[in-house]
Structure formats: C-alpha cells, structure tokens
Design a protein around this ligand. Structure first.
Ligand code: ASP
Length: 329
C-alpha cells in the first residue's frame, strides 16, 4: 500500500479576520512560530519518522506558542476557563484519537495521540480524559492558569459586553481570527496523517465542543488524503468537512485542490459559515483554501524550505490554477 514518497508537511494557525493592521511584532512572532513548527515537523519526516510523528511535533510547537488558540493562548469560555480540544488521525491505519474539554493538559495533541495509541477508545472528554492522562503517564499536566493570556482574556470581556448589549453572537466570532492550529503530513513511506488542536471559540458555553476533535469534521486522514480545518466549527460538523473533502478525493477522484475549494469556498459559506483548511494528498499536493481574510499557514516539501503566509493576498506557493474537472489530477 505504501510507497516511497517525498515527505511534505503543511500547517495552519487559524483562519479569520486577519488584516494587515497586525502589529509587526505579532506578525513576526507568528511567522517565526509557523516556521519553527514546519522545521520541527519536517525534521521528523527527514529522520524517517511517521506522518503522525510529524503532525504531533508541529502542533506541539504551536500549542506552546501563546499567539495561537491552542494550548497556551487558548480562548476563554463564557465562564472564564480554557477548555481544550484536539484530535489526530493516522490515514494509514485509520486509527484516531481525540480529547475534548480538558483544562490541565499542557499539550492536548500529545494526549489525543495517547488515546489513539494507548487506549481502546477514540474520544475521551473532560475529567475522564485527564484521569487517562495521569494513568498512562508521560503527559505533562499544568495548572489551568498556564493557558491564560491577557489578550484572550480581553477578547472574552469584549464578547461578554457584546452579549450583554444583545449584539448577535456571530459578530464576536467572525470578528476574531480564530487561531486554532493543525497539521497534515505525508511521510517517506507514503502514509498520511492529520491533527488539529484548539481552545474552541471565545465565549463558548455549556461544554460546547467544536469540529476540531471530531473525526471527519475538523480532522480526517485516509490513505489518499489528510485534512485539518479551522473556522466556525458548527458548520464543519454539519458538512463533515474534512471527511467530505477526502471522500471527494479518494472516492470521486476529484483533484485535491478542487475538492477542498468545493467544501471550503462553496459549501460552508453557502450555509453561512466561514473558515479554512489545509489538505494534502498522497502525491504531496498541498491545498490551503480559506474564505476569510487570511489564514496563518505554511508548508514544507522536497527542498526543505519553509513557506509561510498569513494574508489572503499573499502568495503561499500553492496557488497554481485549479485544474478543470476533466483535466484529471
Ligand atoms: N474550529 C474551531 C472550533 O469551532 C475554532 C477555530 O478553528 O478557530 O472550535
């Protein structure tokens, strides 16, 4: 099934309203983090490690960076907590692991991977997930205050004020860049993997879980396609977005870029949602569509050079024209 391949890794750090008014310091820090994540993940691939290893390595860097809404720097719930979700899927074995609503796990992607590798389950939530983390060992636990950043706290205060003024909730959600992180990788044996990690959406309530940890919605990989999404999670769940892209690729033989564009640029916005995704196929084709102003994104391939982009009008090196439907792949 597997074959020798040139390894490829693509990552995202969230899609949303990302305008060129970002502070130069913030922009520089975000680009540096994306570059480091690409380098760390790609080093795994170059060392002959699996796509799953590369995805976990890249995501761990972004979880540790406070600029992204995953791990440290996660957004706050309505009650002023950080509740973290993550998932990882191995496209070769079709195994997957996911966690939702954890408060003390430093790197949620590492725990998601432990669920995949070391439990008989796919998804664990809340206290149970944290009990599992302690039981399996080797998972760094932190005080919940570790995740807090002042910027995210202020975002919650603004959202609460808008709630109180009865402004439509969606205003808050779409006015922020979401900042979820994700990665997709193809290893030297031709195996694909996908992973996603997030704090969810600012002001979320009642134990809300988004698409990121739901296999098929925000995260999916099989033998021919790997996808990690970012955006307004409810729409990614309703369109089963990541699985939908992969089914178009592997079952309907739609070229990757077209399949990703159909779901991200047509289906999700037609329902009122927004966001983006990164997608990778078994040939190493990278697609990074989004229907928002921008998406923190990057990829690295055969030449080992990290390509990083943020804004919508910025060339990320994947923008060759969509193939016409009858032009094959
Ligand atoms: N999709 C995530 C969620 O709904 C948020 C994001 O991508 O920023 O939880």
């Amino acid at each position: 099934m597997s074959h020798a391949a040139a390894p490829v890794l693509a990552i995202h750090g969230g899609a949303g309203v990302i305008k060129r008014d970002m502070s130069p310091a913030r922009e520089k820090a975000a680009r540096a983090a994306l570059t480091l994540a690409l380098q760390n993940g790609y080093a795994q691939l170059k060392a002959g490690k699996s796509a799953v290893d590369a995805v976990a390595a890249a995501i761990t860097v972004l979880e540790d960076d406070p600029n992204f809404n995953a791990g440290r720097g996660a957004v706050f719930t309505h009650d002023g907590k950080n509740e973290l979700d993550a998932a990882i899927m191995d496209g070769y074995s079709l195994k997957a692991g996911a966690i939702a609503g954890v408060h003390r796990v430093k790197n949620p992607i590492v725990l998601a991977r432990a669920v995949m590798d070391r439990s008989n389950h796919v998804m664990l939530m809340g206290e149970g997930a944290e009990a599992f983390a302690k039981e399996v060992g080797g998972i760094d636990m932190v005080d919940p205050s570790y995740f807090r950043t002042e910027e995210r706290w202020q975002q919650l205060q603004k959202a609460l004020k808008e709630d109180a003024e009865k402004k439509p909730h969606a205003d808050v959600e779409t006015a922020k860049h979401f900042g979820t992180v994700g990665a997709v990788a193809l290893d030297s044996q031709g195996r694909l993997a996908a992973g996603t990690s997030t704090g969810g959406m600012t002001d979320k309530r009642w134990g809300r879980v988004g698409d990121s940890p739901i296999i098929g919605a925000g995260t999916y990989a099989n033998s021919g396609c790997a996808v990690s999404g970012t955006g307004w999670g409810e729409f990614y769940i309703r369109t089963v977005a990541a699985h939908e892209i992969c089914m178009r690729v592997t079952q309907m033989r739609v070229p990757l870029k077209r399949a990703a564009a159909e779901v991200i640029n047509q289906e999700i916005p037609s329902m009122g949602g927004n966001g983006g995704a990164i997608a990778l196929d078994a040939n190493g084709t990278v697609s990074m569509p989004f229907n928002t102003d921008g998406m923190f994104r990057g990829w690295i391939g055969a030449d080992g050079v990290p390509h990083v982009a943020i804004y919508g009008d910025e060339d990320d090196g994947t923008a060759d024209p969509l193939p016409t439907p009858d032009a094959g792949t």
